[in-house]
Design a protein around this ligand. Structure first.
Ligand code: AMP
Length: 544
């Protein structure tokens, strides 16, 4: 017997329809790449996305076809997402911070037919266009007046292309399981792998991630996604904000402390999301200039572990609640967010910070467990750590063109490659990537815990911990530090600061100071490069 309820496919464009009908005057405020800040309502955005869908349809783009974007967070980029999904085509965000060879590899692998590109990235496209035989047309996200002189043969100005169309169009019917978007993981080894989001996973994920104990989004919120649309599906804010009728404020190309502060402040944003590095720049800018953000209520911080000192600074100095989150491209991407359940509601001070240091608990729709090397499930006691496995309707089961390979076990569990603890109430804390964990005398040491501790020292700007070969213990931790401008600290001062705050055998065997810590294109510490740099490092504790 079936239920009597209607079959109403969960498709991305219904989200924009809803925003345009029920929140029609709510705005998308956008710092354009050309400079000025533009304002456009959800109703106007829907009209423009419909016009784009019609134009794409006339061009001959069809269901399942892919189009790449090399673009910042702007309203035009959002129109492109909704225009493409509106005809059943697939938006494919490409990270412009990758090397040109990686960008062309990804675009060729996805077999993208069109390329939407911001003015900033036209030089990259000019450099690689000869390696992109399948790209038929480059659409530059600007108007005629701002078109650059370019060597690109087949290119048009987005506004001109759009002006040839109008909004008298209906979204093309699609199945909710059809592909809507694509994002390649920035794997540190091997080729990048393409995760394919469906309409259904995007819509379900928008529900999941905006629930009260998750991002707690509402029509009253003014949301600034600093996290780029090309990072892990933009944390899905391009769907969850309109689903809730929240105002969107898009930062365009400028993500330095001053520019982000200006938008957060003048647009009275209540909510924002970014990786820790961005918040570090913002906090430093506010500290230097004695500035505050009275309207900002909460910030989601994820992508890398959020240092305790940052959560504390936001709480104590700015009255902002940090919502530490964990996720990955393969999860659409939010897996957990740290909000306080009743069990922890009365915590204060350091005990509150202890919980806030975890990445929190998952919404309905994300199942998780931790297992040891024999795949035996480990207890949820906040101490045992093992490989983190997840499953759910917004978790990938494979990758583009690798569908024949096995990426989940027979029960559907996906191995995240992260190592974590889970406490009694389901609060998960990442202790490492499985390949970064330090194996000392058969026991595991968490590099993230050590980094978080070291970064609490006032002179430290950034910290990385890697395992270095040791003749007795197999591996021992080496602490690599970048100090803040004009700050000084010695090895012994740093070790004295850490002493007593962690188990003795977790203490780094040595400390080195560097001018810069290398980062990947998504802002994570490049541990592979550090391991290579320090592969012959001789620890003073090593007897041989
Ligand atoms: P990406 O797919 O590029 O978003 O990278 C996902 C990976 O980033 C995860 O598998 C984690 O290793 C790492 N990551 C994300 N959020 C956190 C967090 N809150 N704490 C520690 N690592 C994180």
């Amino acid at each position: 017997m079936f239920g009597s309820m209607q079959d109403w496919p969960l498709t991305c464009n219904k989200v924009l329809d809803h925003a345009a009908r029920f929140h029609k005057n709510r705005e998308i405020i956008s710092r354009s790449v050309e400079g000025p800040i533009t304002r456009q309502t959800y109703a106007q955005t829907r009209d423009r996305a419909l016009a784009l869908a019609k134009r794409l349809d006339r061009y001959g783009l069809r269901k399942g076809d892919r189009a790449a974007t090399l673009a910042w967070n702007t309203v035009r980029h959002m129109e492109v997402w909704y225009g493409l999904t509106g005809i059943g085509a697939v938006y494919h965000t490409v990270n412009p911070r990758l090397f040109p060879e990686q960008i062309s590899w990804i675009i060729n692998h996805a077999e993208d037919r069109l390329l939407f590109v911001d003015l900033t990235f036209v030089p990259i496209v000019e450099q690689i266009i000869d390696q992109l035989p399948l790209i038929e047309l480059v659409i530059i996200l600007t108007d005629t007046g701002h078109m650059p002189k370019t060597s690109l043969a087949n290119c048009v100005a987005y506004e001109d292309w759009l002006a040839e169309s109008d909004s008298d169009f209906n979204w093309v019917d699609v199945d909710e399981n059809d592909a809507a978007g694509m994002c390649y993981t920035s794997g540190t080894t091997g080729n990048p792998k393409g995760v394919v989001y469906s309409h259904r996973s995007n819509v379900l994920h928008a529900f999941q991630s905006s629930l009260p104990d998750m991002m707690n989004l509402s029509a009253k919120d003014r949301v600034l996604p600093v996290v780029p649309l090309f990072h892990a599906n933009g944390w899905a804010l391009a769907f969850s904000a309109p689903l809730n009728g929240a105002t969107l404020v898009l930062p365009g190309a400028l993500m330095d402390g001053e520019s982000i502060y200006e938008l957060l402040s003048t647009e009275k944003c209540t909510f924002s999301g970014a990786v820790p590095t961005v918040w570090l720049m913002l906090i430093q800018y506010m500290q230097r200039n004695d500035l505050y953000l009275p309207d900002l209520e909460r910030v989601v911080i994820g992508g890398s572990a959020c240092p305790r000192s940052m959560t504390k600074a936001f709480r104590d100095d700015y009255g902002v609640e940090v919502m530490h989150a964990w996720g990955m491209t393969e999860l659409s991407p939010i897996g957990t967010i740290c909000s306080m359940k009743p069990e922890y509601a009365d915590l204060e001070g350091e005990a509150w910070l202890d919980i806030k240091e975890t990445a929190g608990h998952p919404p309905f729709g994300v199942e998780m467990k931790i297992v040891d090397d024999e795949n035996k499930e480990l207890p949820w006691n906040g101490a045992a750590f093992g490989r983190l496995l997840v499953r759910g309707p917004c978790v990938t089961r494979s990758y583009y063109k690798l569908e024949g390979e096995q990426f989940v076990d027979e029960e559907g569990w996906f191995d995240t490659g992260d190592v974590a603890t889970i406490d009694e109430w389901g609060y998960m804390q990442i202790t490492d990537r499985s390949k970064d964990v330090i194996k000392s005398g058969g026991e595991w040491i968490s590099s993230i815990d050590l980094e978080n501790l070291a970064i609490g020292h006032p002179a430290v700007a950034e910290a990385a911990v890697i395992g270095v070969k040791h003749s007795k213990w197999d591996e021992r931790p080496l602490l690599i530090l970048m100090l803040s401008d004009e700050e000084e600290a010695t090895r012994d001062e740093i070790l004295a600061y850490m002493d007593g705050k962690i188990a003795k055998w977790w203490m780094p065997d040595d400390v080195v100071f560097v001018d810069e810590i290398p980062h990947t294109a998504t802002g994570k510490i490049k541990k592979v490069a550090l391991r290579e740099q320090f592969k012959d490092y001789k620890l003073p504790s090593d007897p041989t």
